[in-house]
Design a protein around this ligand. Structure first.
Ligand code: GTP
Ligand code: MG
Ligand code: ZN
Length: 278
């Protein structure tokens, strides 16, 4: 399910496209239908259909509104805009808590010194993330990143100005044309809220507007810890250690010895303090 020209477009598993209408009770039962929703259709006219049911969602993303998201491509830059590692970590935690995969895309490689890139890549590879180095300007790394096997629905996310829309246009040259068309059709009517999925080889990809305010309500500290799997390699005296002030904490010891990345640790404490309900 994809939104185009203010009406949902559904592509069937066989690749047929339908411009759709919604049966009234769909809104009542499911709220707003979202990009990524899997739906049942009843064809009406050629190329047109009625959406009759929405399947239960595996997960949902709020910004942009999307359902059944397999993963986030978190776009990040070191300069223009200057990278904010805490925001990067927050996006990675959001993915983990939502049951989504995440990969990191360092864009603007043309502006990034190689040693700075290597340092960043080492930190995140060590955690277990795939991290790509690309530049829309020089096209370095883009084909390799796209050729990596993925399935399902992926969303480009990251701060404003990091190059998400530029990346999508670099991957799919037809995107630029169509987005100009769309803004004409929409005449300002909710055009900014439209989200469209594009087929990139085997997976679907959507662009999203950048934003920085990122917050979640989390029930348990352990859920946050699951997004910092590298901490678990350092043993603490107590099984339920939060690695904050506890005496004999192996993570804090590792931190003091430079074996835990300081910025990752700071992100962890900030997220724990701000997101976990007490
Ligand atoms: N030097 C350099 N500039 C780039 C690169 N990629 C994108 N830019 C520039 O960065 C600026 C922002 O790019 P956008 O694609 O609009 O960024 P965005 O992430 O979509 O931003 P929002 O839509 O506001 O969230 C544009 O001026 C691009 O030309 C790159 O690889 N190198
Ligand atoms: Mg954009
Ligand atoms: Zn500990």
């Amino acid at each position: 399910m994809s939104l185009e020209a203010n009406r949902p477009t559904v592509v069937t598993d066989e690749g047929t496209r339908y411009l759709c209408y919604l049966r009234g009770r769909i809104h009542r039962d499911h709220g707003r239908i979202m990009v990524g929703d899997r739906v049942a259709l009843m064809p009406t006219d050629p190329g047109q259909a009625l959406i009759t049911a929405v399947e239960p969602r595996m997960n949902t993303l709020l910004r942009p509104p999307a359902a059944n998201v397999t993963g986030l491509l978190v776009v990040y830059t070191m300069t223009r805009p200057e990278g904010n590692r805490e925001l990067l970590d927050k996006r990675l935690v959001l993915a983990e808590l939502s049951g989504m995969r995440a990969e990191i895309v360092l864009n603007k490689a043309d502006l990034t010194p190689v040693d700075a890139w290597e340092q960043l890549a080492n930190v995140y590879r060590d955690v277990g993330y795939r991290i790509w180095r690309v530049s829309v300007l020089t096209r370095v790394g883009i084909d390799e990143m796209i050729a990596s096997p993925r399935q399902g629905t992926w969303i480009l996310t990251g701060e404003s100005g990091v190059g998400k829309s530029s990346l999508l246009s670099a991957i799919l040259p037809e995107v630029k044309l169509e987005s100009q068309e769309l803004s004409r059709i929409g005449r300002g009517r909710e055009t900014t809220r439209q989200v469209r999925l594009w087929l990139v080889g085997e997976f679907w990809l959507a662009d999203a507007p950048g934003y920085t305010a990122l917050t979640l309500e989390v029930e348990r500290a352990e859920d946050i810890l699951a997004a910092f799997p590298e901490f678990a390699r350092h043993h603490c005296r107590f099984g339920d250690c939060r690695h904050l002030v506890e005496p004999g904490c192996g993570v804090r010891q590792a931190l003091a010895q430079g074996e835990v990345d300081r910025i990752r640790y700071r992100s962890y404490t900030t997220i724990l303090t701000n997101w976990v309900k007490r």
